[in-house]
Design a protein around this ligand. Structure first.
Ligand code: 3HC
Length: 314
């Protein structure tokens, strides 16, 4: 592309962003915009498929057939979300196999939250209610992301996430209105998952490296701290309905602002987990790599079948 036509293409990109319209795969875009999207969408896709592990751990131990069927459907939904997101990333000119390779070799991240263990059945409720609840708060604004394929993928993902959030709430509601032992199990799950759920939104705004540029490009619509606040405001009244106590002595509702003030999570822990030092990082990655290796024959068979079909058609 000549210097002049590159400048024109960038003007047209900026005009599309300024008009709050969508950038599509055929459109010219700055390298930084493409790279940021690949990074974020890949990290998001990796989170969806790694996120299958903590819940998959309970499929064989779900307390009833109904719970088992619901949990299986939910875990399958997460695989589907990974699929839409890898497909969205591929529209930016990358190959899914390369993205997976970067995940497996630790060159791309996935969400910190999936490095915590699911110790009891109540954790499955807490993941649905808190983790999927946080995912909804983070992802609903992504339905208005400036990049068309990502925004469109998010619409369906968010619909499914809201089912996931309700199923988690229902599990905890059953436990918190059950025996004292079940109530204690629900409270223990909230105690352990509250802080990691707040960390999911990322570092505080002052330390967020990408937020400002991503917001200028219309990729992110709100900062990490704004979304964290929104999550707290939404979730605390739900904890009251469950009769559970959010484990934060600093939680105060401000009548004037209509927001809760709350204690920030320990961001040193977030950085440690992201660096690979969380309780389950090694296990999560090893399980993922093994699943990928075990699935090699499926990919080879599909490729051989596709080649045969093409040969026949020719
Ligand atoms: N876990 C792991 N890494 C994190 C993180 C977290 N919770 N929060 C931030 N980071 C990383 C960023 O990726 C970035 O690292 P990099 O420069 O090496 O890529 C660094 O920390 C600095 O953070 P920034 O705030 O500058 O990064 P972003 O602007 O990308 O914001 C984000 C982080 C809010 C997570 C944003 O990327 C985002 O909204 N992503 C899309 C949603 C997503 O990926 N969600 C993951 C959970 S998916 C899920 O929950 C599935 C559901 O089924 C439960």
């Amino acid at each position: 592309m000549s210097h002049l036509s590159y400048a024109r293409a960038m003007d047209s990109f900026q005009a599309t962003i300024d008009a709050d319209s969508r950038i599509e795969p055929r459109d010219a875009m700055p390298d930084g915009y493409r790279k940021t999207l690949i990074r974020q969408i890949a990290q998001h896709a990796h989170s969806e498929i790694i996120g299958m592990q903590p819940e998959g751990n309970w499929i064989s131990r779900a307390p009833s057939l109904r719970r088992k069927a619901i949990l299986m459907a939910k875990v399958q939904d997460e695989a589907g979300h990974g699929l839409y997101l890898y497909a969205a990333a591929e529209t930016l000119g990358v190959d899914r196999a390369d993205l997976l390779d970067m995940l497996h070799t630790g060159r791309q991240k996935y969400s910190s939250i999936f490095n915590y263990p699911t110790l009891t059945w109540a954790d499955i409720g807490a993941i649905g209610w808190l983790v999927d609840g946080a995912a909804i708060v983070n992802q609903v604004p992504l339905c208005r992301c400036s990049y068309g394929p990502y925004a469109r993928a998010m619409v369906r993902v968010c619909k499914e996430e809201s089912f996931h959030q309700r199923q988690g709430f229902e599990i905890l509601h059953t436990l918190s209105t059950g025996t004292p032992g079940q109530q204690a199990m629900a409270q223990d799950a909230l105690d352990r998952w509250w802080w990691p759920s707040l960390m999911m939104f990322g570092p505080p705004d002052a330390s967020s490296t990408h937020s400002e540029q991503s917001m200028a490009w219309g990729i992110k619509r709100h900062s990490n701290d704004e979304l964290r606040q929104r999550f707290v405001d939404m979730t605390v009244p739900q904890a009251d309905v469950l009769g559970l106590r959010v484990p934060d002595d600093g939680l105060v509702y401000d009548e004037v602002t209509g927001h809760y003030s709350f204690t920030q999570p320990d961001f040193t822990e977030l950085y440690e987990v992201v660096k690979g030092n969380g309780p389950c990082n090694e296990k999560r990655l090893a399980t993922r790599v093994k699943a990928h290796e075990d699935g090699a024959w499926v990919r080879e068979a599909a490729a051989a079948y596709a080649a045969k079909q093409m040969e026949r058609a020719a």
